[in-house]
Design a protein around this ligand. Structure first.
Ligand code: NAD
Length: 244
């Protein structure tokens, strides 16, 4: 099956976890794929790697321009780069709020701004933002992270409205806890990683974590012409934890 034959995609944060699985799946399904990441050194052919920091507009513009030139156009943007934050509103200071908002929210805006002129020229333009169940679940100890993902959800809906007449669809995926290097780092930092993993698994109705490949599958659907009439939606990929 080659849902993406003739199409080009750019995946931010595509060197690890959900982004890495998404870039691999899109390529397997026939897309030419570029990865934009802080560290693209592990990105292998046929994927193209570009170094950029989504908090730096100049580096984003340069990487998107280079990727579009090498790909020969752009049909799909997977806006996925993101970082975590733990704690209540009393635990994170202003600098930390600005830092995480800059990556998780303004970072997506910067990449979208650079990509939109190219996406408008596509017959099958789609943006998929990686949101999270944290946007709507009211998770404890995740005030800052949840606020950034709430903003991503609202941004997705607003962008869908703004760009629908231009033929650019905008959707997001809301993963539950997904088994990626990020979660691995969180578990490694816990006093008892095995007990922490068991607690995370027990929180899932499915009894297990979501895999990066399962999130990639949902992203691929929303990015592909198969979902051509779908825009302004959030697709839950959370093992039944919380639908929208
Ligand atoms: P990850 O840490 O495995 O991968 C994130 C990638 O983003 C890395 O390659 C990193 O280098 C890149 N990145 C980070 N900051 C960047 C920046 N400033 N500029 C460019 N690239 C940058 O994480 P993951 O678990 O795959 O998470 C990916 C996305 O999925 C994030 O947006 C995250 O919020 C979201 N998400 C993750 C989970 C989960 O449980 N893992 C759940 C819901 C949503």
């Amino acid at each position: 099956m080659s849902d993406f034959a003739g199409l080009s995609a750019l995946v931010t944060g595509g060197a690890s976890g959900i982004g890495r699985a998404t870039a691999a799946l899109l390529a397997e399904r026939g897309a030419r794929v570029a990865v934009l990441d802080l560290d693209p050194s592990g990105v292998d052919k046929p994927l193209l790697g570009y170094r950029a920091d989504v908090t730096d507009d100049t580096s984003v513009r340069a990487a998107v321009a280079a990727a579009v030139a090498d790909l020969g156009g752009l049909d799909v943007l997977v806006n996925n780069a993101g970082i975590g934050a733990q704690g209540t509103v009393e635990d994170n200071d202003d600098a930390e709020w600005h830092r995480v908002l800059d990556v998780n929210v303004v970072g997506m805006v910067r990449v979208a701004r650079a990509a939109l002129p190219h996406l408008r020229q596509s017959e099958h333009a789609a943006i998929v933002n990686t949101c999270s169940i944290a946007a709507t679940a009211g998770l404890p100890q995740r005030a800052l992270y949840s606020a950034t993902k709430g903003a991503v959800l609202s941004l997705t809906l607003a962008m869908a409205a703004d760009h629908v007449r231009e033929g650019v669809r905008v959707n997001c995926v809301n993963p539950g806890t997904a088994d990626t290097p990020w979660i691995g780092r969180l578990l490694d930092a816990a006093a008892d990683p095995a007990a922490e993993r068991a607690a995370l698994e027990a929180r899932q109705p499915s009894g297990r974590l979501v895999s990066a490949a399962e999130v990639a599958g949902a992203v691929a659907y929303l990015a592909s012409p198969l979902s051509g009439a779908t825009t302004g939606t959030a697709l839950a990929v959370d093992g039944g934890m919380q639908g929208l």
